[in-house]
Design a protein around this ligand. Structure first.
Ligand SMILES: C[S@@+](CC[C@H](N)C(=O)[O-])C[C@H]1O[C@@H](n2cnc3c(N)ncnc32)[C@H](O)[C@@H]1O
Length: 206
């Protein structure tokens, strides 16, 4: 069912879905691993899709924590609401760019972790900047952000396929950026783990 929902979304909007099948459990484990054992109160998820990372996150989060999951696709948001029944999980059907506004609305000033599956390689860099930069002052001092990128590390730019390293991009926002490869995923993917928010004013340029 999750596979069919995912495939339907990919067919209707491939650029935003940025994948044809959900991530593997191996990739979900690797994305969530850096958050394990931390004292998590507020966690954000960007692009939960059909929830493979969401379920793993909920496994490592304490009972009193909250998970705000920002999903732009109405189909995925509806799927998650139908299939998820955990009161810690709040599905926000909106662009990840609205995360700080949502935090303000809920009176939350600190975030302990962010797990992002956004297809950064498909996104305009001004949007990536608008998503990540406002979060930097909200991250707790030992906060961690994970993001993945498929192994080929390419993007379409100006009608051409070019090399594009999301880890390097994340270096604009974080002092420590580490990558590790998860082979058991279709396609294999780099998990990029970011710590130490920079307080830089330099905007990303494409
Ligand atoms: C590569 S899929 C990952 C889905 C799921 N996390 C997984 O790993 O199987 C990217 C997800 O990001 C969502 N998405 C894309 N752009 C978004 C945005 N600006 N804000 C929130 N979600 C977005 C897509 O709808 C899709 O669910």
């Amino acid at each position: 069912m999750s596979l069919a929902t995912f495939a339907r979304n990919a067919i209707s909007d491939y650029r935003t879905t940025a994948a044809v099948v959900p991530s593997s459990q191996h990739l979900a484990n690797a994305m969530v691993e850096p958050l394990r054992g931390k004292s998590l109160r507020v966690v954000l998820e960007f692009g939960p899709g059909t929830g493979v990372m969401t379920r793993e996150l909920l496994r490592v989060m304490p009972d009193d924590a909250i998970l705000l999951a920002f999903e732009i696709s109405p189909r995925f948001a509806a799927y998650l609401r139908e299939t998820g029944s955990d009161e810690r999980l709040h599905i926000v059907q909106a662009c990840a760019e609205t995360a700080t506004a949502e935090l303000d609305r809920r009176g939350i000033d600190r975030v302990d972790g962010v797990v992002s599956s956004l297809g950064v390689s498909f996104m305009d860099l001004t949007l990536v900047d608008a998503i990540f930069r406002p979060l930097l002052p909200r991250l707790s001092h030992d906060g961690v952000v994970t993001q993945f990128q498929y192994i080929h590390r390419t993007r379409m730019h100006g009608g051409r396929v070019e090399y594009f390293n999301v880890g390097q991009l994340m270096g604009r926002y974080f002092r420590s950026v580490r990558s590790s490869c998860v082979w058991l995923n279709l396609p294999p993917a780099h998990v990029i783990t970011c710590r130490g928010a920079r307080s830089c004013d330099r905007p990303a340029s494409s």
